[in-house]
Design a protein. Structure first.
Length: 360
């Protein structure tokens, strides 16, 4: 079913953006993994609305409840159900959407597919659905702490509109990323990005950009050939997130402008293990991790809901004009960071467990 992701470590998310609540069922988590509400809440707080002046002002505490699968602070090996109740619902803000399709939203396509849709906030197409993903990713992080403690995932905003971060990957730290509300890798440079987002919001518009993810401490051997290549699963995971429009790994599209003699990653032996002198492969070769840092980028479009009048049509096909109300992000990127991070964890933990299943 389309609401379930993963093979051995699986999540099923549920709920609509303006329903009673949203959540996730995590199945396949090993037993005896330490897990508490606080382990999940820390990431939900990084994702939640209303956290700064440059995101949607919707007021949600996003407080999670663990309903099953955990006792005395440890996982049981049974399904873990996590719920977050919706608190700040304003269905009246979506009255016009009962009869009008929002440009670049999923209103028309959901209606075309199912013949019915959740008008308020977009239902399952809303970014509120990602609460379940982030909660599931937090559970995956607890598995890494026990089975692969050297793993580090650094996710940050590397581009907003035409502003591009110049900090080298080697210098990026989690503390530096979380030190500013944009999650820009260089805090000293973040103010110009904040100013751009505030200017765009004042004009009733929105901007997109790029989120970069760097994964350190990945052992060689994760991923499977052909259809379950590690980068293929990462690509699917990222492009399943709302507002995503592009994925590239390693050298990405820039690599198409190089010759093989320039692009190949030469092998050397270093510290008793095989290494590469460069990392244009982005840490994955033949669909399998090679032990180098996994580096990929995800492109996000500008937020579709803007406070400017736009041309659209009604559900009966008549031309109309729509000026959206409601509370929306002028730029989704700061809140997208924990979402990308969560999906990365979910892909890697699934492949880690699959690889361990091959061991004798």
């Amino acid at each position: 079913m389309p609401n379930t992701f993963g093979h051995l470590f699986r999540i099923t998310t549920w709920g609509e953006s303006h329903g009673s609540g949203v959540g996730v069922v995590v199945d396949g988590c090993p037993a005896r993994i330490p897990l508490a509400v606080a382990d999940i809440q820390v990431d939900l707080d990084r994702r939640r609305p209303g956290q700064s002046k440059i995101v949607t002002p919707r007021k949600e505490s996003d407080t999670c409840e663990i309903l099953s699968g955990v006792i005395d602070g440890q996982t049981l090996g049974t399904p873990i159900s996590i719920m977050v109740r919706n608190e700040d619902q304003r269905p009246e803000a979506y009255k016009e959407m009962e009869t009008l399709y929002r440009p670049s939203h999923a209103d028309y396509t959901y209606q075309a597919k199912y013949g019915i849709r959740a008008v308020q906030g977009g239902g399952r197409a809303s970014a509120r659905e990602t609460i379940g993903r982030v909660a599931g990713g937090a559970v995956a992080q607890q598995v890494f702490k026990k089975l692969l403690p050297g793993l580090e995932i650094l996710t940050y905003v590397s581009q907003v509109h035409e502003l591009v971060a110049t900090t080298s990957i080697e210098k990026i730290t989690f503390a530096g990323i979380e030190d500013n509300i944009v999650r820009w890798p260089d805090s000293a440079d973040a103010e110009r990005v904040i100013a751009l987002i505030e200017k765009v919001r004042s004009e009733g518009d929105s901007v997109g950009g790029v989120v970069t993810c760097v994964v350190r401490g990945v052992p060689p051997g994760l991923g499977d050939p052909v259809f379950d290549k590690l980068e293929a699963d990462l690509a699917k995971a990222m492009l399943s997130l709302p507002a995503t429009k592009g994925f590239e790994i390693g050298s990405g599209f820039a690599g198409t402008r190089l010759r093989g003699s320039e692009h190949n990653d030469a092998f050397v032996t270093e510290g008793g293990r095989v290494r590469t002198t460069t990392n244009r492969s982005g840490g994955i070769q033949g669909g399998i991790s090679n032990g180098e840092d996994i580096v990929f980028r995800v492109g996000f479009k500008p937020t579709a809901t803007i406070a400017q009048a736009q041309q659209t049509v009604s559900v009966t096909g008549e031309a109309a004009e729509l000026k959206a109300r409601g509370r929306h992000d002028p730029c989704v990127l700061p809140r997208a960071v924990p979402m990308v991070e969560a999906m990365t964890r979910l892909v890697l933990v699934d492949h880690l467990l699959r690889q361990r299943a091959l061991s004798i």
